[in-house]
Design a protein. Structure first.
Length: 242
């Protein structure tokens, strides 16, 4: 496997280190309110007590998730160095990393308390509006660009190229190998894009009026990331069949 195929595992390893460091600082109460790292919402930034409460709950899952990401992706990179890493195994490891990262990211959002949120304040309305706009933009990208690209790949309308599709040396070696992988992968990409796009679209409409907006955001992102984790595994299986 080449550098670009291993790059996601390098990024996951770096994310694991970051989560572990932040988790340890949060556990010791050393992570002060800031605009850079941590759970930065209207409720946590409005109250230091709420900031430290949320981060105390997040400390343990963040630390364990960080350690799991480091161990898992370091093992993948070592296996690749030794020439013993298959693409299906790489895909499964990446999907597992997404699940771990997702779990660590959404748990603090799920633990929010309604009374801690300054509901109907200017900061609260701004936060809800911004998050809804981000989810709406993601929905547009997935439902229009993602689903459109998946349809074109699935129907075989896109030939080998340097921009769209599963682009690895094996698929770029011949049109036959390209379409053998990219046609089924295209339909899978279409399905993942529709699932993720509809989840984000639901979140964009539900979030401004939700009693617990953090949970709405967590559910929308969880569904989207899990859909693409399944896509990553399926694509790795297709590549392993070449």
């Amino acid at each position: 496997m080449d550098f670009w195929e291993l790059l996601p595992h390098m990024l996951m390893l770096a994310a694991g280190l970051l989560f572990a460091i932040i988790g340890r600082r949060a556990a010791r109460g050393e992570l002060k309110p800031n605009q850079l790292v941590g759970v930065r919402t209207a409720r946590t930034l409005a109250s230091e007590e709420e900031w430290y409460r949320v981060h105390a709950r997040a400390a343990l899952p963040w630390t364990f998730a960080g350690a799991a990401l480091v161990v898992l992706n370091a093992a993948v990179l070592l296996a690749a160095t030794a020439g013993r890493l298959s693409r299906p195994a790489s895909g499964l490891a990446f999907a597992a990393s997404i699940v771990v990262l997702l779990t660590a990211a959404v748990l603090p959002l799920w633990s929010e308390r309604e009374e801690a949120r300054p509901r109907d304040s200017e900061a609260d309305r701004l936060e809800r509006g911004t998050l809804a706009a981000v989810l709406g933009f993601l929905a547009f990208i997935l439902l229009v660009l993602g689903a459109g690209s998946g349809y074109l790949l699935g129907t075989g309308a896109i030939d080998p190229n340097a921009a769209v599709g599963v682009r690895v040396p094996e698929t770029l070696a011949s049109p036959e190998a390209w379409h053998r992988v990219n046609r089924p992968a295209g339909w899978a990409f279409l399905a993942s894009s529709l699932v993720g796009g509809l989840a984000c679209l639901w979140g964009a409409f539900a979030l401004p009026r939700a009693r617990y907006p953090g949970r709405v955001l967590a559910v929308a992102l969880a569904i989207t990331l899990l859909a693409f984790a399944v896509l990553a595994v399926y694509t790795s299986v297709l590549l392993g069949s070449l």
